[in-house]
Structures are given as C-alpha cells and as structure tokens.
Ligand binder design. Structure first.
Ligand code: AGP
Length: 610
C-alpha cells in the first residue's frame, strides 16, 4: 500500500524523504514522488516506477529545502504514470498534497470543481482533494484542510503543504494510519513508524478525524472541530531499529524471515508460558479468566494468510478449549449481520494492523457492542489500538509481501490462547503442563525442519515450470494446505489451490494428470491412513505427488514421487512445522522463475484500501 513521509526542521528534507520511502518500499507501490520548499518556492519531483527512478530524477534535479512531503503510490484510480504520481497540486500551485486511501465521492466533487472552472491534470481521486484544499485556502492551511475534508467520503491519510506557509506540514487521517515523529532536527509525519527508524526518538499516533500541524520542532493535534487534542508521546518501538529492517546477507527479506522463525516463534511465547499454573498469560488481553469463562463463541476475522491462521485457530479452540469458533473473511463479515449474542468475542487477526477490511470488521463489531480482541504484529497500529485488548506477535517487521513468520507466530499465539481458554474450562494442570512442554520444543523443531532446504531446492528445480498445483491436507493441515497454495500463487504466479484432501474427489481430481502435481501434507496423525488413500487416488491418475511427511516414514516414501521430512510434533502444531517446507518450496520456485520475491506483482504488504 501507499507510503507517506514528511519532514520539517533544520536539515535538508530530500534525503530524509527518500530514505523514509525506501523503508516503506516493501509495502508495494508503482510510482513515487516528493515536493520540498525553499521560502515561497516549491520543488516537485515525481516518477512512475521504482523508487530508484525518483532517486535518479532528484540526483539530476535536486529538490532543495528543509521541509517536504513524499509518497509511494499503489494505484487505485488512474494508472501508474508520472502525472498520476503524488504529490498533487491545486490549480494555483499553492497547495501540495499526498494521500493514502480512497476518496469514494471524488467524481461528484470533481464535476463540481470542473463546473467552477478548475482544470485537472491527473486521473486520480487525490487531485480532487488537493484542488478542494486550494479552493478553501485563505491563508490558513489547517482550516482549509479541515473544510475540504468535511466534504469527503472515504478514507484518507494525508500530508499537505502550502507555498504561502513555508515550513508548515498539515496531516489528517480517517481509516489510513498516520504517525508524527519527534526528533532532534525537527518533526516528521509518516504512514508507518518504520519510515522514521533512526530519525525520530518519539512518536505520536494520530486517531481518526484528527488533524495535525507541524512546523520545525513544533507540532499540535486538533480534532475535526479544530479544538486542541492532547496525545500520548511514546518512545519509538525498539524493533523499529534500522538493523531490524535490513536484509542482512540474505538474498531476499522473505528468506530471512523464513529463517527467523525459530526465534520469532520463541519470541511469541517469551514470558507468556506459566509453568506454575500450567497455562499461558497475556499482558494486553484486558480480559481476565472470569471474563473469558463467560465467552461461549468466538468469531475470528481476517484476510489472506491471517485468515488461514484463523482456520488453524478454529481447530485449536475446539480441541483445547471446547469453544465454538467461526472464521470469517473480514471483507465478508463487515457487511453481514450475523446473530451474535453478548457472550461472543470477535478476534481480529492481522500482521500489519492496518488491513482496511479487517479494521472495518473490528469497528463494526465494536459498534454492535461486542468484545473485540486482536492478534497483531505492528505495535501501535490502528487495529492494535482500537481492539479492546490483544496479543502482539513480537515477530519484528515482516518486510516480504508474502507472509511467513507472521503466520507461524499467529498460530503459536492461537495455541497459547487455546491453552489459556482451555485451562479456564476443562484442561487439567497435567494436560496444561504437557502442552507447555510441546510448545517449548517448537523452536527446535522448526530449526530442524529448516534443514530440509537443500532437498526442497532440488524439488523446486523439478517442478518450477508447472502451471497448476493442488495442495491437500486434512484437519489442522487443511488450513496448512490453503496457506501453502497461497504462498506459491502470490510469489511464483503459478495457479495453486488448497483443499481438504478428501474434497479433491468432489471435482478437483479432474485436474489431475502428469502436468498437475499435488502437494500432500501427510505427517503421522489420526487421519494418516485416509490421506494415504487420497495420495494413492492421485497416483492412480498419473498425478505427481510431493509429500511433506514425518521423518523416517517409509510408507509415504514408497508412494510419493518426492518427499520432504519434518520432525514429529503433536497434530495441533503440525500447521506450524509443515508451513516451513511449503514456504521454502514457493520461495525456491519463485526464484527459479525470476519473480520479484519480496515485492510480487500486483500485491501490497498491507491492503489499506477496500
Ligand atoms: C499473505 O502472504 C498476503 N501478503 C496477504 O494475504 C496478507 O496475509 C493479507 O493481506 C492480510 O494482511 P494482514 O495480516 O496484515 O491483515
């Protein structure tokens, strides 16, 4: 999704803006731009394509000045062209604006402005906002921004400058994150605190319908009526340090994040497993055991990989806590009106904490008076701040667009939540102790699983040219199959579908021939024999089989064409361990196909538009 970086202070703005956008590159974009100011002059530079193209333009035509705003754009209205790139100016050239989000009523507003004689230069919804601010500008930028926003329907996170107010940057947000950074050399504005790592010492998160104004070292926040608002100033989160977001000696962030998983899963559990009480504890749930005993139903809502983690959570909560669970795509749930009683908890699962549909589903649940929880990775994100309580993943920044370590950490947190809920119900302390021991052994199991990498590389070479692939698993490994298929789809662009293994007989098996391999998740478990039968059915039709199996299992090796061994873990932890080889398989195939592994085409790291 789009990124915003602004600065006003005592240093040249241009290098800060470029470095800030570089830190946000992982979010996905297709054009970039900036504007800086010296006195009453503005210097606009913007370019379609990668950030490097903007860097070349600025090197050839410097943008001087100690204040400026910048943007990486993921096209929503209008193609990825130089003229559609942000910033956008108003007709007088006095106002410059960058925008994350979607102005849903941009068309009628544009027609009104055109009827008043305003000439537009781009196809974007954002330019409408810039023209509106220019229309209402009479010497007070904050007032003009507020006035313009009263006409807007949709979502926005914006940064605005006026040539006639040198050094001033105004920001505002509704549904798209914005954070103020306070540093020794001035003040910053960004859509993601990661852009401020190493620059700002403190951060102040804006809430919806708030407007901020920055000038040099000064900043203030007002509500939509322009009444001053006090805000909490926080230390910038430690994991935002510059080193955390660097790739190290890995060729891609995704590979680094796959290999981080023994540590990130350990971090998810750190300080949360309680041997004495044979349970798990969470500091931020804001619900105690008494509250949770009242819960008789959980609705998990998420998108993409986080939705798959929710499906794992459904099996976990049913088995360990005997709690009924529904898992809903957030984009569907937010418009449904399901009968939910007061003992239902809505649990949002998200890595970024900014996914528009998940945020909207959370807000709708809150509007209906339900208790809401969130499992989230991004500290201080909108969903993390707006849920009644929740659990952070502590996985560190996930830069690769394809989610890997967030998935295994989400499943780990869900396992601990299921333990906690189970221990408030029917799980004995003996059972609790056993589960704690199994969780503590998980990082080592993942470390051992990573040893399959060379074998996966050889398998990837064999199947890199396939055009279709089925992923099949049962019970806990049905969501694992869905997640494995999504990984392959999103970074190698090969069509892949995950199914419950038995379900392939109800249609998908028609796809099976020598050109359509099937990946089976078939470690030892209660339904092992059933999955073996499904594997035979595929083989009988000439379909190649890649099997993720238990170490030492010769029965599978006798049937499958290729096998990937994984350590034995309890069934409820198998989705975590079997995710590793599937992540590596997708990664190695994508590399062989020359795909952009960290920034796959058409995708964004955080989908902050609906
Ligand atoms: C996963 O690999 C994708 N990048 C995508 O499906 C992602 O999981 C989805 O957009 C949800 O994002 P969130 O976890 O940040 O809410």
């Amino acid at each position: 999704m789009c990124g915003i970086v602004g600065f006003t202070g005592r240093r040249e703005a241009s290098p800060i803006l470029l470095e800030g956008l570089r830190r946000l590159e992982y979010r996905g974009y297709d054009s970039a731009g900036m504007i800086t100011g010296t006195g009453n002059e503005l210097h606009l530079r913007k370019k379609a394509g990668r950030l490097a193209e903007l860097g070349k333009l600025v090197a050839a035509h410097p943008a001087p000045g100690c204040y400026g705003i910048s943007h990486t754009r993921w096209a929503t209205h209008g193609g990825a062209t130089d003229r559609n790139a942000h910033p956008h100016l108003d007709a007088t050239g006095n106002i410059a604006l960058v925008h994350n989000g979607v102005i849903e009523n941009f068309a009628p507003l544009k027609h009104q402005l055109q009827a008043a004689g305003v000439q537009f230069r781009s196809d974007t919804d954002t330019e409408v906002l810039a023209q509106l601010v220019g229309h209402y500008y009479h010497g007070d930028l904050t007032a003009a921004v507020r006035q313009a926003l009263t006409l807007v329907k949709g979502t926005y996170g914006i940064a605005v400058m006026a040539r006639r107010e040198p050094g001033v940057i105004v920001g505002a947000r509704l549904g798209s994150p914005l954070v103020i950074g306070v540093g020794a050399d001035g003040t910053y504005l960004a859509s993601d605190a990661n852009a401020l790592a190493g620059y700002a010492d403190k951060v102040v998160y804006l809430n919806d319908r708030q407007i901020c104004s920055l000038s040099g070292a000064e900043w203030e926040i007002r509500d939509q009526d322009l009444s001053p608002v006090s805000a909490s100033v926080q230390d910038i989160a430690p994991f935002l340090g510059e080193g955390d977001a660097e790739r190290g000696d890995y060729p891609h962030y995704m590979l680094k994040e796959i290999y981080e998983q023994p540590e990130t899963v350990a971090n998810a559990m750190r300080g949360r497993l309680d041997d004495a009480d044979a349970t798990a504890h969470f500091g931020g749930l804001n619900l105690d055991a008494k509250d949770l005993r009242q819960v008789d139903r959980v609705i998990m809502t998420a998108c993409g990989t986080s939705y798959h983690a929710g499906l794992v959570g459904e099996y976990l909560f049913e088995e360990l806590a005997r709690l009924p669970v529904e898992v809903e795509y957030a984009s569907e749930f937010r418009y449904r009106n399901p009968p939910i009683d007061r003992h239902t908890v809505v649990l949002a699962i998200t890595q970024s904490g900014e996914t528009a549909d998940t945020l909207a589903a959370l807000r709708e649940s809150k509007r209906m008076g339900h208790t809401t929880l969130a499992i989230c990775n991004a500290v201080g994100s909108s969903i993390a701040r707006e849920a009644c309580g929740g659990v952070y993943l502590h996985a560190g920044p996930e830069i690769g667009v394809a989610s890997t370590k967030a998935f295994t950490s989400q499943c780990t947190v869900l396992s601990m939540l299921a333990l906690y809920l189970g221990r408030t119900r029917h799980l004995s302390s003996i059972q609790g102790q056993r589960i704690i021991g199994e969780l503590r052994a998980l990082p080592d199991a993942i470390r051992r699983t990573l040893e399959c990498h060379d074998r996966v590389k050889r398998i990837a070479e064999k199947y890199a040219d396939m055009t279709n692939c089925l992923y099949l698993g049962r019970q806990y490994l049905y969501p694992g199959a869905l997640e494995g298929a999504l990984k392959l789809k999103e970074i190698s662009y090969i069509h892949a579908e995950g199914y419950p293994a038995a379900e392939m007989k109800h249609g998908p098996i028609a796809l099976v021939d020598e050109h359509c391999p099937s990946v089976f998740l078939v470690p030892r478990g209660n339904v092992f024999d059933k999955v073996m039968s499904n594997m035979q059915e595929i083989k009988a039709r000439g379909g190649p089989v890649i099997a993720v199996k238990s170490e030492g299992d010769e029965e599978v090796a006798a049937v499958a064409d290729d096998v990937i061994p994984v350590p034995d873990v309890p069934e409820y932890l198998q989705p975590i361990v079997t995710a590793i080889p599937l992540q590596l398989l997708a990664y190695e195939i994508a590399v062989l196909r020359g795909c952009d592994v960290d920034k796959p085409r058409n995708l964004a790291k955080s989908v902050t538009v609906e």
